[in-house]
Design a protein around this ligand. Structure first.
Ligand code: B1M
Length: 209
């Protein structure tokens, strides 16, 4: 669809205003919000590939991510509106040393849409902060996101501290581009989700098990 192609290009170019008007335009055309989200994620992937081969730099990634955030903010109420009332509580954060939050924010959006109340701890979250939040909010789910290979050890440390703290009643779920099912098992996480959509079924299955 030409409008989606334009949206893809606007995000890659980091143009917030154009992303906003094109997101409104595709929504007005009744395009499935999930297809719009896929388009946005695809645009970010291309920016990442360009960065990897030296054709784009950090500012381009930053501008593209700001543009995507602008679009996601318009989509969020529509995706979340499918939900009715929270029946589970989750806390989520990007692990210590890691500032990437777009993927985490998409998981939040999907969880909210699936009637899961979400407490967002933000980015660069130290293990002690996760522990504090679990004690305070008594969630059934604790989500950890990591986008950097260099912050995977922080994910492992957080899981270890959560397990060693004597707190119970919750399941851990991990995800992020460098995270695999095998890594999740190796660090003792209860569950792994490869994307924000599957984070919903993984969360529900974990709580039911
Ligand atoms: Co960064 N960055 N970045 N970056 N960045 C990556 C991750 C990188 C792969 C780019 C590349 O080289 N191709 C690379 C990591 C390489 C590696 O570790 N092997 C990289 C690097 C190197 C860096 C810096 C070190 C660059 C530098 O400064 N020299 C630096 C680190 C800063 C830090 O964190 N301490 C850095 C900085 C940044 C920006 C700040 C500029 C910006 C982040 C802005 C923000 O998030 N607010 C940025 C961006 C935008 C990217 C790319 C281009 C896009 C990431 C993204 O948002 N993708 C990225 C390249 C890429 O991934 N293609 C890259 C879209 C998002 C929706 O996908 O986050 O994967 P993702 O989330 C998915 C799944 O992973 C999953 O669901 C989501 C949706 O389906 N998921 C979960 C994520 N969390 C989950 C949790 C779950 C379940 C599923 O359960 C709880």
């Amino acid at each position: 669809m030409p409008l989606l192609d334009d949206l893809d290009a606007a995000i890659q170019a980091g143009n917030c205003d154009l992303t906003s008007s094109l997101t409104r335009a595709v929504l007005a055309e009744s395009v499935d919000p999930k297809a719009i989200l896929d388009c946005m994620v695809g645009a970010m992937d291309i920016v990442g590939q360009r960065f990897q081969c030296g054709q784009a730099y950090v500012p381009e990634m930053l501008f593209a991510s700001r543009a995507m955030k602008t679009g996601v903010e318009l989509l969020e109420p529509i995706l979340v509106a499918e939900g009715i009332k929270a029946d589970l509580k989750a806390i989520i954060g990007t692990v210590k040393g890691d500032l990437h939050d777009l993927g985490k924010n998409l998981v939040i959006m999907m969880w909210k849409g699936a009637n899961i109340e979400v407490i967002d701890l933000g980015t660069d979250v130290a293990p002690a902060r996760f522990l504090e939040a679990v004690a305070e909010h008594q969630p059934q789910l604790v989500g950890l996101s990591s986008l950097l290979t260099t912050t995977m050890p922080a994910m492992k440390a957080t899981i270890r501290e959560l397990q060693g703290a004597g707190l119970d009643g919750f399941k851990t779920i991990v995800g992020g581009a460098p995270i695999s099912e095998q890594f999740a098992r190796d660090i003792g996480a209860d569950g792994y989700a490869g994307d924000a959509v599957s984070a919903v079924s993984v969360a529900r299955d974990l709580v039911a098990s």
